[in-house]
Design a binder for this molecule. Structure first.
Ligand code: HPA
Ligand code: ZN
Length: 327
């Protein structure tokens, strides 16, 4: 039994992290960049732990040097996602990797990515929205520049603002200025927290950045009072079980907190994060959840519905995707 063909809504992916290793190797070859050290002999990405993952990730990003590279990347990603039944996807795109925080350059990258997304929508019936994202370990000043890029381009495609990177770098409050700017521009907000930083990081993030969604958030399970608050505040978790298992952020599949969180009444969703880095796909996530917890079509329909309800998109898009889920 596989859930490959079931329609899926995915809220948490990183655009560069969706790049297949062969795609990055191809770009490296075209540009004569030597990044052979970031690959295993079998061609997969090679890293030891989360800190090293971020280094390898940034090395891979050095091959993505202009809007055209992101155009090609977006086309490749969406074709792959659609083949796993994804009908709606949100992706984190960082102004830091797309123009270095310059608003004019960011606009050019977005233009190319949006063009690729429009072609993928036509060819593969998949919708993409962008959550512009700052990189936590690049610091608060860079985060402000990223938020400015996001605020200036808020619209149909750029609908949210987020933060990834090294979760234990600094405090959420350091990034409050950037988040305030994004909120004032009307962007919806999410932030990685509680993958590595414990329940306190989730609590501080909710208090200081006033997000409606949390990236990962699995450490919430360690604090019952926080679980109650998350439910009370109607916060949605973008859970990425395969990523957590691969990086040892949680226990193995049977011990993954997604089931306990869901059973407790937390709104959870399922995403791949950086699929080729973690050897996963949306099909694999659904199939593993089915195998591990006995979740079935009814469970996955409800997970999809939670994700669509929490999607950072306009009403017309939500209605269109709803139809796809309902048929
Ligand atoms: N977690 C945090 N930051 C990231 C990730 C991730 O999985 N991928 C790219 N930046
Ligand atoms: Zn992530």
């Amino acid at each position: 039994m596989t859930y490959k063909s079931m329609p899926k809504v995915e809220l948490h992916t990183h655009i560069e992290g969706c790049a297949p290793p062969a795609f990055i190797r191809g770009l490296a070859q075209e540009k004569s960049i030597d990044i052979s050290g970031i690959f295993n002999k079998d061609g997969t990405y090679a890293y030891r732990d989360f800190a090293h993952f971020l280094e390898v990730y940034e090395a891979a990003c050095t091959t993505l040097q202009g809007p055209q590279d992101f155009y090609r990347l977006t086309k490749a990603i969406l074709e792959e996602s659609a083949s796993h039944g994804v009908v709606y996807q949100e992706t984190f795109i960082s102004p830091d990797f797309c123009g270095g925080g310059d608003v004019g350059a960011w606009r050019e990258y977005l233009h190319a990515i949006e063009a690729a997304a429009a072609e993928a929508e036509r060819d593969h019936n998949i919708t993409l929205k962008c959550v512009a994202t700052c990189v936590r370990h690049f610091g608060a000043e860079k985060a402000k520049a990223a938020a400015k890029c996001a605020a200036e381009t808020k619209g149909d495609f750029v609908t949210g603002f987020g933060m990834g990177g090294a979760e234990t770098f600094g405090k959420p409050a350091d990034f409050a200025y950037a988040y305030d700017m994004a909120r004032e521009a009307g962007l919806e907000l999410t932030c990685h927290a509680g993958e590595w930083g414990g329940p306190e990081m989730i609590a501080d993030t909710l208090r200081d950045l006033k997000v409606t969604r949390i990236g990962h958030g699995v450490d919430a399970i360690k604090d019952r009072e926080l679980v109650a608050r998350i439910i009370d505040m109607d916060v949605v978790l973008e859970v990425c079980p395969g990523s957590n298992v691969f990086l040892n952020a949680t226990g193995d599949w049977p011990d993954h907190p997604i089931k306990s969180l869901r059973d407790a009444g937390v709104k959870v969703t399922v995403s791949t994060d950086d699929p080729p880095f973690f050897g996963t796909t949306m099909t694999h996530e659904f199939d593993m959840l089915a195998e591990t917890f006995g979740w079935d079509e009814t469970d996955f329909k409800s997970l999809n519905q939670t994700a669509l309800d929490a999607a950072f998109c306009d009403d017309a898009t939500r209605a269109k995707i709803q139809k796809r889920l309902d048929t």
